[in-house]
Design a protein around this ligand. Structure first.
Ligand code: FES
Length: 142
């Protein structure tokens, strides 16, 4: 199967990597941080303030605030609308929070390898299952 960019005759710049919690994640130019994480098999990288439920992409359009990350020391950025740039250092809170999501293994790719971590409880004050619209089972069904 041909990738979408070939179907439209695009010639994208070469792929690059970003660092997510110190681990390399490949990026196609133009991808958001959230899209790169999703493409790498990472489905959650933060957790809810109450209950420590795993969160990652939910709306994918910048509305729900489920996908918050720190990029180059700028906190509380929405991964789904933040374009990844070469050399970006993305930090989730899994590595330093010891959240329930991290303990439960959130932030692992589909093969079970750790790629990025789980999240940062209470990062933006909006929580799924509360005012942001996510249900308590989370996007990932974990
Ligand atoms: S997934 Fe990023 S704001 Fe909803």
């Amino acid at each position: 199967m041909r990738p979408p960019y070939e179907l439209v005759g695009a010639r994208p710049d070469p792929a690059f990597e970003i660092s997510v919690d110190g681990r390399p994640v490949p990026v196609v130019p133009g991808q958001s941080v959230g899209a790169a994480l999703h493409a790498a098999g990472v489905r959650s990288w933060r957790s809810t303030r109450f209950g420590g439920r795993p969160r990652g992409l939910f709306c994918g359009i910048g509305v729900c605030f489920d996908c918050l990350v720190t990029v180059n020391d700028v906190p509380a950025l929405r991964a789904c609308v933040t374009e990844a740039r070469p050399g970006d250092r993305v930090r989730t809170s899994a590595a330093d929070s010891g959240t329930a999501a991290a303990r439960a293994g959130a932030g692992k790719d589909t093969a079970g390898k750790s790629v990025a971590g789980a999240g940062r409880p209470g990062a933006a004050g909006k929580e799924p299952g509360g005012e942001s619209g996510g249900d308590d089972e989370g996007v990932n069904g974990r």
